[in-house]
Write a protein that binds this ligand. Structure first.
Ligand code: SF4
Length: 201
């Protein structure tokens, strides 16, 4: 990850994150009647692949270095355990709990990746079908307007809910948010992308 450790790269990346956070905050505020995210809920940090670019992984490591020794040890043990599980895994898509999740909270919150910041909203772009956050099926985000038999938001459920703001999807796919346009605007280089755990293999 050497080419991303430069100070300027992180400074530029932080400018990108400031921009991203402010956009996401607008989306979360607009969709507030459908969002049931709360402190202590860590469902998004479990059972996933967590795509991370080289730049994001390097920035996450920056956060890791600022943690106390005990928390670092917990995370290192988590990483080793997941690596062993992945090595023994025979299927095609290895899902795991993020090793940076400690005591049901993100230990590197300010340094978390882009995918972590978008969890909970409906992803929607020109090339993709609207993708609901998986937690609707657990009675959380958008569950108040989803027809569980159809696994989708329906007009009927929306009308029944009495909510005035319509449920909306946003262009927050990982590929879009890490595309070359943003690299050029913010003078950053995301580098290669792979599941978070693979940056530690
Ligand atoms: S980095 Fe933090 S927010 Fe992202 S998946 Fe891991 S624990 Fe969750």
């Amino acid at each position: 990850m050497n080419n991303h450790n430069g100070r300027n790269m992180f400074e530029n990346y932080e400018k990108y994150l400031t921009f991203l956070n402010s956009e996401l905050e607008k989306f979360f505020t607009a969709q507030a009647p459908y969002i049931f995210c709360k402190r202590g809920c860590s469902k998004c940090c479990q059972n996933a692949e967590f795509p991370y670019s080289e730049l994001e992984a390097a920035y996450l490591c920056r956060g890791f270095k600022q943690l106390d020794e005990n928390t670092q040890n917990i995370i290192s043990n988590n990483i080793n355990k997941i690596k062993q599980e992945k090595a023994a895994f025979k299927g095609t898509k290895f899902l795991y709990t993020c090793p940076f999740l400690t005591d049901n909270a993100c230990s590197v919150y300010q340094y978390r990746g882009i995918i972590c910041r978008t969890f909970g909203l409906i992803a929607n772009d020109d090339s993709e079908k609207a993708k609901l956050p998986f937690c609707f099926s657990e009675g959380l985000n958008y569950s108040n307007v989803v027809d569980l038999e159809k696994n989708q938001i329906t007009q009927e459920k929306y009308i029944q809910s009495g909510i005035k703001t319509p449920p909306l999807g946003y262009n927050i796919s990982y590929d879009f948010l890490t595309n070359p346009k943003f690299e050029s605007i913010f003078k950053i280089n995301f580098g290669g992308k792979k599941p978070l755990i693979d940056w530690f293999l």
